[in-house]
Write a protein that binds this ligand. Structure first.
Ligand code: ATP
Length: 235
């Protein structure tokens, strides 16, 4: 349940409900008649209040359950993480990502890729376009191709799927970042400071690939070393 609601507003609403319940119990314990009867009335209609508050989610849930479209149902189940698909789906193809970055670096094509680890990235995902495509070198290259309508912003990868493009990331305010690094690099630092995600950047100016973890640049010498480091960080 925690995994299901982590990173969504539902957990905050749940905490709110628990707090109201605890205050109600406290007012009963302290024999604060009026406050306890007001809160009691509120809790009495709690079930209806929940239906109203979660109207959208309940609607979405019922629509998904009732859908006869198996492709969508699989996607929904994967979101719930009750099932793991084939290894092709669940193990991130780091080699394919780094190869795409090398090719983009050779052609000075800018790119920003964030790989999710434990922290949910839903709060940034919905600033862009949600997708569901298997990670492949040519797909990543064509998304960041300069004339592609999807090239701007960041790409989010979860497991081995590209789940969003054109995502706007929070920018780091760290004043120690050298001035030669622009917004793309600041955004990569920002998201890895706020979450445990991993960011890979290809600079449009220099073609250089950078790897950022926990808000800091990770040094590597060869693409093979980068692949190894990312694989280790994803374990
Ligand atoms: N907050 C952000 N979230 C996601 N992508 C961003 C963000 N800010 C900028 N970008 C992306 O970075 C691109 C280039 O920004 P900028 O030139 O400032 O970056 P840079 O760090 O200097 O990188 P480069 O070396 O590639 O020029 C933008 O066109 C946009 O696609």
């Amino acid at each position: 349940m925690y995994k299901l609601v982590k990173g969504t507003a539902a957990i905050n609403i749940f905490i709110g409900i628990v707090m109201i319940y605890l205050v109600w119990k406290l007012t009963q314990f302290l024999a604060m008649e009026m406050l306890s009867s007001v809160l009691g009335e509120f809790i009495g209609v709690g079930m209806f209040a929940l239906i109203v508050v979660f109207q959208q989610e309940i609607r979405k849930f019922l629509l998904m359950i009732g859908s006869t479209n198996f492709g969508r149902r699989r996607k929904f189940l994967r979101q719930l993480k009750f099932i793991r698909d084939t290894p092709e789906d669940s193990v991130t193809d780091v080699g394919a990502i780094v190869r795409a970055c090398q090719k983009m670096g050779d052609t000075f094509t800018g790119a920003l890729i964030v790989i999710k680890r434990n922290t949910a990235l839903d709060f940034v995902k919905n600033t862009g376009d949600e997708l569901d495509i298997l990670v492949k070198t040519p797909i990543i290259e064509s998304i960041f191709y300069k004339n592609s309508p999807l090239h701007d912003g960041a790409m989010i990868i979860e497991d081995n799927r590209i789940v969003a493009t054109r995502v706007i990331l929070p920018v780091s305010n760290d004043r120690d970042i050298p001035l030669r690094f622009g917004l793309r690099h600041r955004a990569a630092i920002g998201i890895t400071e706020k979450t445990d995600g991993l960011a890979i950047i290809v600079s449009e100016e220099t073609g250089q690939i950078s790897y950022i973890k926990n808000g800091e640049f990770v040094i590597f010498k060869t693409p093979e070393e980068l692949i190894e480091k990312i694989k280790k960080d994803l374990q």
